[in-house]
Design a protein around this ligand. Sequence first.
Ligand SMILES: C[S@@+](CC[C@H](N)C(=O)[O-])C[C@H]1O[C@@H](n2cnc3c(N)ncnc32)[C@H](O)[C@@H]1O
Length: 347
Amino acid sequence: MKISDDARTLPARPPVSVQILDLLMGSWRAGVVSTFAELGVADAFRAGSLTPTQLAFRLGLERDISDRFCRAARAVGLIAEAPHGTLELTELGEALATESAHSMRNFARWSGSSADRATWAHLPTAVRTGRSPFAAVHGTGVWDFFDTHPDTGAVFNAAMTELSRHVIRPVVQGIDFSRYKSVTDIGGGRGALLSSVLREFPHLNGVLVDQPDVLARAPQVLQDAGVAERVTLAPGSFFDELPSGSDIFLISNVLHDWDDSRTRAILRNIATAMRPGDDLAVIEAVVGVDAQFDEAIGLMDMDMLVLCDGKQRSLEDFRVLLAELGIEVTGLSRAGLQSIVHGTKRP
Ligand SMILES: C[S@@+](CC[C@H](N)C(=O)[O-])C[C@H]1O[C@@H](n2cnc3c(N)ncnc32)[C@H](O)[C@@H]1O
């Protein structure tokens, strides 16, 4: 059969029905990426190129399904043809290997987890009600869910560490830490951001606040960065009293997890811990700062809604929330998709 590829017969843009189909296939594409990560396909390829049959052997798959999955993964751009009928990782596929410096494997695993996917299936309910369906779907809110499902919790925390790599450099460069003696990172996870700040500024001490089970994994991160002796771990909740004494407080990608009333409660506890003149840096993807990120931030906003009743906020939202607590917004600096909202507690 002759297949014509005469470009003159192709319309300039696909029909709208095909464009809609392509949008909807986004979730199938994501499914292939997450499965690639979950099965450890990139790790299997790291030693060199493989045929689908060799991959099947390594991963304990049926040959036929390995063939079909490789075809899909190739179409999505994770692997590419190599000599002698083999396949090899592309740069994208490489980023799903556990040991890659750019690894997004855990974020891909979290995105494909039933905890995340089953919740997204209820986005219509979330949009109708304005509330997260997570507890109705899984029996508890997302943070308690991680306590009772530690394996998923570990993947989520590792995913957050992977994401935080994207903000670390711009944050370290976007704040003049030489002016401070001590920095507190609220909800700082395992300490990836704090470690980088302290490594760059050897005169600084740090305080890391997070839930006890998350902080239990922090010492390794801090030791690997060579900053452990300058960090005080403060296990606890940001809904309770917070340690004071630092002259700058960071809160990175935390407030978007919470609705306005819970966000006010967290910010009130931070404001109470701050002395007049102390600084606050809120690191978040801020709505309306740069049109090139409108889609990413709009989707992230829906993710926050379905998972945890959270939301992405605008600079004006932060200005209002912080002004209520005597914190003046003094500026905004860009950190790629994220922004840094700078504030100072008024005397
Ligand atoms: C989305 S992660 C952000 C982590 C890190 N700041 C970053 O930028 O990658 C949210 C963090 O808030 C922490 N968290 C959730 N509830 C908390 C609470 N009640 N008190 C302290 N930390 C909490 C989580 O354990 C998690 O580390």
